[in-house]
Design a protein around this ligand. Structure first.
Ligand SMILES: Cc1cc2nc3c(=O)[nH]c(=O)nc-3n(C[C@H](O)[C@H](O)[C@H](O)COP(=O)(O)OP(=O)(O)OC[C@H]3O[C@@H](n4cnc5c(N)ncnc54)[C@H](O)[C@@H]3O)c2cc1C
Length: 392
């Protein structure tokens, strides 16, 4: 197995690097490099810049308007964007629902929805989890009853990330309660502006409004918004989750954050402390090991093998690493990182604060990242899946 990049791949990387340097607004990369708050406008501005270039759906095949890149090219693109300080693309449209629509949607659905996702104009949300259905996702209770050409939807979704901005939401809904749970679920696309949809904020540990509850009260959804076949939604849901977990590993962002950790450790004078440097070195070793695993997946894909079986492993290790760098950053800044100043997340904040500018947002960042071992399927549940599928 050759894990090195070929000269053509290196040239591709250089081309992407140049393009990102020329097109990523400095105001946005400054926020990303310093873990400051990104607004909807920031996220959408970058999405639209990518969209104009035909890269918001960077993993899409040519047939659907994507660049048709192979797995290595996609990886290099993601790495160059992350290292340059581009915001993480909001994945619900281009990374999650689009592949499902391509694989299982009708031609009308493809023509209607894919262009808006690619251009970054239409914001999608993910409506999987419910108060009683997270790890046990198959027990979703939100009902969709067919009446003629319409589904009437009633129920509640929760933890809907950035759903306050959503134009559309893809939902798992129950269309048959008389069969085993997995066999009675359908995959429905719902316009969030429909009468009867209510979005209510959930404020997280860090004080941010990142997630929501979404209520459906007799919402009328045209039957043409059903993806694939009725009651086959569980198959489509699993297809989507494999994409979500690979994306969550986010090795490239971790590489950028490792450099930030080193900068903070130098500035705080703890980089010279051998015991602290050991912890950074251990993190770096684990990160390189995770990167090797990603490169092995890429190498397998290059030789025509699909190896998404390790998605759970990537999610577990990637999320643990993300939490560790936020912990080490706080340790590096010591007492200067402990006041939790939410306003410090705002770019240009000039509050009354004794520590260095890099220390003020660290507590918010740390709190926010407690989510990474929960979302996208909790790490405990991922371990169960790995035990069954990889270890046998
Ligand atoms: C910040 C954030 C954003 C999210 N965004 C979205 C979103 O946009 N859309 C969406 O649909 N969902 C979203 N989620 C929901 C997420 O997918 C669920 O939180 C996750 O699947 C866990 O489900 P739960 O919260 O119901 O916890 P539960 O399933 O109730 O689990 C509670 C605890 O029990 C453990 N546990 C449960 N079952 C087992 C088992 N069999 N073996 C061992 N341990 C077990 C879990 O690991 C966890 O520690 C988000 C969650 C968070 C925190």
């Amino acid at each position: 197995m050759d894990l090195n990049f070929t000269p053509e791949e290196q040239a591709f990387r250089a081309e992407i690097r140049q393009w990102v340097a020329a097109n990523l607004p400095k105001k946005i990369s400054h926020k990303v490099h310093n873990a400051l708050r990104l607004t909807k406008d920031d996220l959408q501005a970058w999405a639209k810049i990518l969209g104009k270039q035909g890269w918001h759906g960077w993993a899409w095949p040519r047939q659907f308007g994507g660049p048709g890149w192979n797995a290595v090219q996609r990886h290099l693109f993601e790495e160059e964007c992350a290292l340059a300080g581009a915001p993480r693309v909001v994945p619900f449209g281009p990374v999650m629902v689009a592949p499902v629509i391509m694989a299982f949607g009708s031609r009308e659905q493809q023509e209607r929805h894919l262009p808006g996702i690619m251009s970054g104009e239409v914001w999608w949300s993910q409506g999987y989890s419910e108060p009683g259905a997270g790890s046990d996702l198959a027990s979703v209770k939100t009902r969709a009853e067919r009446r003629g050409d319409t589904y009437i939807v009633n129920g509640q979704k929760t933890w809907t990330t950035l759903g306050q901005y959503g134009d559309w939401i893809f939902c798992l809904v129950r269309t048959d309660s008389s069969v085993k749970p997995q066999a009675g679920i359908s995959f429905l696309l719902i316009d969030m502006k429909s009468p009867g949809v209510t979005v209510r904020p959930i404020i997280m540990l860090d004080g941010e409004h990142e997630v929501n509850e979404v209520f459906f009260d007799n919402v009328e959804v045209p039957a043409e918004n059903l993806v694939g076949e009725e009651n086959k939604g569980w198959t489509y849901a699993k297809y989507l989750l494999a994409h979500e977990r690979t994306n969550i590993a986010d090795v490239n962002r971790a590489k950028r954050e490792l450099e930030r950790l080193k900068r903070i450790a130098h500035a705080e004078g703890v980089y010279e402390d051998g015991r602290f440097r050991d912890q950074i070195a251990q993190l770096e070793v684990d990160l390189v090991a995770l990167e090797m695993m990603v490169l092995r997946v890429l190498s397998a894909e290059k030789s025509g093998k699909q190896s998404l079986d390790v998605a759970g492993l990537l999610k577990i290790r990637g999320s643990e690493i993300q939490q560790r760098y936020t912990e080490l950053m706080m340790l590096a800044a010591g007492p200067f990182s402990t006041p939790f100043i939410q306003e410090a997340m705002e770019a240009g904040w000039q509050g009354d604060y004794v520590g260095a500018a890099h220390a003020a947002p660290l507590a918010s960042h740390y709190f926010n990242y407690r989510k990474t071992t929960i979302y996208g399927g909790s790490n405990e549940v991922q371990r169960n899946i790995v035990a069954q599928t990889v270890l046998g």
